[in-house]
Design a protein around this ligand. Structure first.
Ligand code: PBG
Length: 325
């Protein structure tokens, strides 16, 4: 035989469906939601077309959409003007995110709530840690992060997601949670988080740009794959229950390698800049947005992600639950 007729199994839709290797399910999508500490806020973000920033008193409207879409859950980020050097607003049990967690859980136990734990939205200098001079004090920072995590766990968060990239934060948070009776609250850290320009739209919404310098002393160089795998391994050893890798589209090799190497669930974060690119090209008519969204999410899953944090969560769920692609 001279050549393989691989096209045989692609001849009909029925054959293609039978041998489809990667199927998306809306339950695998996690939607980022920005919680504003003000009153009567329900804004669609200009740079993040369609994405909502909402205050606790208007949360119900957002939750109705989430419930209908049948997605896997929400990841919450706080937006506040109450910033100081220590990011102390984040540790307040009556903070906007803590109130939102309680409100969501009252509305429905079935909506999974992931709480992003970081300082950049809360510090006056916009860095993800506590400063000593112009440097990050790693060990002081992980103490504060542990207190934030505990406050979110007390409010009823289902999963704690530290996104700061400090050393030792998973072990510190695990210890803090365990010593307060939260042994069964999982920690899913952003283990491989690259210093990326794709976070720009997020920082606009969260008003969390660093006032000086950049995040390169804590977020990872995007050139380094082996280092990413070492970060993941370290977090697993410290007690991570699953890991997050981000950005998604520029880290598919890392997702794939981590899937081969570790038997732990992997969440890929399809970040704000990735979303903005698709949205703007779609708006200009350069591509078919719905098809591209499904293609991107399928590729992330094919690389090895078990779940995907994505701003496309609601629209992708609608597309999937409307038709087979
Ligand atoms: C907080 C955090 C950021 C993102 C998630 N958690 C911003 C940053 O690191 O600057 C970005 C996510 C996105 O772009 O959607 N540290």
């Amino acid at each position: 035989m001279e050549f393989k007729r691989l096209r045989r199994l692609r001849q009909t839709k029925a054959l293609r469906e039978l041998f489809c290797e990667t199927r998306l399910n809306s339950k695998e999508f996690i939607l980022p939601l920005f919680i504003d500490d003000g009153k009567n806020v329900f804004e669609r973000m200009p740079g993040l077309d369609g994405i909502v920033k909402v205050s606790v008193d208007r949360l119900q409207e957002a939750l109705e959409e989430v419930k209908k879409a049948d997605i896997g859950g929400l990841i919450l980020f706080g937006v506040t003007s109450q910033k100081d050097e220590m990011g102390s607003y984040a540790t307040r049990d009556d903070g906007a995110v803590q109130q939102a967690i309680r409100r969501i859980k009252e509305y429905s136990e079935d909506i999974l709530v992931l709480a992003d734990v970081c300082l950049c939205e809360y510090t006056s200098h916009g860095h993800c840690g506590i400063l000593k001079g112009d440097k990050i004090d790693n060990d002081k920072t992980i103490e504060v992060l542990s207190r934030i995590a505990l406050s979110y766990a007390k409010a009823g968060a289902d999963i704690i997601c530290p996104s700061d990239m400090m050393d030792g934060r998973v072990a510190a948070i695990r210890k803090k949670l365990d010593s307060h009776g939260f042994e069964y609250v999982p920690i899913i850290p952003y283990s491989a988080k690259f210093a990326s320009s794709f976070y720009a739209p997020f920082r606009e919404v969260a008003n969390s740009r660093p006032a000086f310098g950049d995040r390169k002393s804590y977020q990872m160089p995007y050139q380094n794959k082996r280092e990413a795998l070492r970060e993941i391994e370290a977090d697993i050893l410290e007690g991570a229950d699953a890991v997050i890798i981000k950005p998604a589209l520029t880290s598919l090799d890392v997702v794939s390698a981590a899937r081969e190497k570790f038997n732990i669930p992997i969440i890929a974060y399809n970040v704000s800049g990735e979303y903005a690119m698709v949205k703007s090209a779609g708006k200009l008519g350069f591509l078919n947005e719905e098809e591209v969204v499904i293609e991107i999410l399928t590729a992330i899953k094919r690389a090895g992600a078990d779940a995907i944090i994505t701003y496309h969560a609601l629209e992708a769920a609608k597309i999937l639950n409307r038709k087979e692609l």
